[in-house]
Design a protein around this ligand. Structure first.
Ligand code: BG6
Length: 369
């Protein structure tokens, strides 16, 4: 039930800290990730030559975030593919391919058919799912449940952060089995992950009002662009999808580095652009490149809304608005930067008088192909 909340979406965004915490719970032992459901699969992970992530919609963006962690930590090549594209192109699958499906409902027909297809062709399948006993986990060799709790609003929010959390846990679990990162790095990332729920709660407490206010000021805007780099890139795509889904405004996400290869042509005076800025602490190179992207679009009149970590002053001279996220490791910024984007989409849809829980033309779970 909605409790005191104006919508299920508002309630579910407020539950993002618990969604992450509950997904982590019971999966950390001695500062390392040990997922009990994956007990007995060490040989499979040791022999995995390639991971193929399949999903649709928001879940596919979680997969794109997960790719950065799986490759960086587990050192396995990863491809992320939309489930409905995968099955119809005669894909190459081998016994060394691990197919990881991601689905909140566990019932999305496109994803289910892709899992069955992969299995029939000899791949091992692992499902990341939020619904106990759903069809996709039943059709998979292994399952890692997200524990976000039931998600009612059509647009996925708390399930998305839980999916990223599960992918990070999976990456660290496989990294431990394959010995591809040191125990010290494993412990550091575990600590960073465990710190995420409190950091999301901090954003909800300190940036919710301002982000919602900003959305209200922008109620009449016709298009919003989102830029990000590294894990901020799929988060930009997610920010754009959420806005399309519930506010019916044209929105596009881009990799910031792609700006000069096309999207900058879209920038005209007044165009709102969200920019997710990577931390300057880990890679000043990436940070500085995104800051120069901001300068480029600002020079062409864009209205720039920056999401940057606390204390990053380099963005101040070029930003119209700055939304702050707490300091986190580079991978973990994804779980923080998405929070203001969820709040913004919800605020804009509300300002336009729309039903945020039941957007037109969309269903929570699409059980047809
Ligand atoms: C869409 C929903 O139809 O399905 C999206 O509207 C969701 O919100 C997508 O991301 C995938 O759903 P699931 O249940 O497979 O994660």
């Amino acid at each position: 039930e909605k409790g005191g909340w104006s919508s299920f979406m508002a309630k579910e965004v407020s539950e993002e800290p618990e969604a992450v915490a509950n997904t982590i719970r019971g999966r950390i032992h001695d500062s390392a990730v040990v997922i009990p459901e994956l007990d007995g699969l060490d040989e499979l992970f040791a022999g995995t030559e390639r991971i193929l992530v399949i999903a649709c919609g928001t879940a596919a963006y979680a997969g794109q975030v997960g790719k950065y962690a799986l490759e960086k930590w587990a050192r396995v090549p990863v491809d992320v593919e939309l489930a409905h594209e995968f099955r119809y192109r005669d894909p190459v699958l081998s016994a060394g391919t691990l197919v990881v499906s991601i689905s909140q409902s566990g019932e999305t027909m496109d994803t289910l058919m892709a899992v069955k297809y992969a299995r029939e062709r000899g791949a091992k399948t692992l499902s990341i799912c939020n619904t106990q006993g759903a069809t996709i986990p039943r059709e998979s060799d292994a399952v890692v449940y997200t524990h976000a709790g039931p998600e009612v609003a059509v647009a996925s929010t708390k399930a998305f952060v839980a999916q990223i959390t599960a992918l990070y846990l999976l990456a660290l679990h496989i990294a431990r089995v394959r010995d591809s990162i040191s125990a010290a790095d494993q412990a550091r990332h575990v600590a960073e992950l465990e710190a995420v729920p409190a950091k999301i709660a901090h954003i909800l407490e300190h940036e919710q009002e301002r982000t919602t206010q900003l959305a209200h000021w922008m109620a009449d805007t016709r298009s919003v662009l989102f830029l990000g780099r590294h894990v901020g890139f799929p988060i930009a795509l997610e920010g754009a999808l959420k806005l399309k889904e519930i506010s019916y405004i044209h929105a596009e996400g881009f990799a910031a580095g792609e700006l000069k290869h096309g999207p900058i042509a879209l920038i005209e005076p007044g165009q709102p652009v969200f920019v997710i800025v990577p931390s300057p602490r880990e890679s000043s190179l990436l940070h500085d490149k995104v800051v120069s992207n901001i300068q480029e679009i600002r020079a062409r009149g864009a209205r720039v809304i920056v999401i940057a970590e606390a204390g990053d002053a380099a963005v101040l001279p070029f930003a119209d608005e700055v939304l702050r996220i707490p300091l986190a490791g580079p991978m973990f910024e994804a779980l923080l930067a998405v929070v203001p984007l969820h709040i913004f989409a919800m605020g804009l849809a509300t300002a336009r008088g729309l039903d945020v829980d039941q957007p037109r033309n969309l269903a929570k779970s699409v059980t047809v192909e």
